[in-house]
Design a protein around this ligand. Sequence first.
Ligand code: ADP
Ligand code: MG
Length: 241
Amino acid sequence: MVLSCQDVRKTFGANVVLDGLTLDVGEHEVVALIGASGSGKSTLLRCVNLLAEIDDGTIRLDGEDITDPRINPDAVRQKIGLVFQSYNLFPHMTVLDNITLAPVRVHKRPVAEAREQAHEWLKRVGLADKAGAYPDRLSGGQQQRVAIVRALVNNPRLLLLDEVTSALDPELVGEVLTMIRDLKGDGMTMVLATHEMGFARQVADRVAFLDKGKVLEEGPPAQVLGEPVEPRTRQFLARII
Ligand code: ADP
Ligand code: MG
């Protein structure tokens, strides 16, 4: 397993947000997290990336317990890319500098190497001519693709995508979804929280329905989205489709 979350518990005060959540993600697998707002999708992704500390349970990356307090969180984050709904590019930095900032400053990679890889990725996703541009010269879809490249430039083992198309105008969603589909074609292991059920059906190998901080139901997209077993999954799907 690339990622293995076992009995993960996370509370904020009296609010139990992840309540014994268990989820495995195998190599090259794409898992879509669906569930109502507040069901814990973002919190789970933040815990996996060690941006939030869990109260109980374990999270393993390639078998290594990354919730062990002795682990170096920067080393873990280098292996796990996380992209948010809002692209969070630094407005005063060029696309190239946005992409190479963390690899060079945090992960101490040689500048030339980081730049070369950034250029390579930009070329692959059709943004080669934007390397020197500032974010405000790019469309929302282009900015989000740059944010995804920024997460890819460390060659992560795992890419986490949190509602990456939710802030985009409808006509810009397609280019980001196409990029994610291409990454799947390249064999990238991904966990994506999404409200786009059509996309989850197309791209995910497995869909996991989160309810009250647990995976209530998981399986192939056609089963979970088409013939859900759990009444709460059915209710959720009836509300959003
Ligand atoms: P989802 O992404 O599925 O909409 P979230 O993980 O964002 O769900 O939120 C789950 C719950 O955790 C919500 O009740 C939210 O208010 C709470 N929560 C998330 N982050 C924090 C935080 N930093 N402090 C307190 N409560 C939080
Ligand atoms: Mg969320």
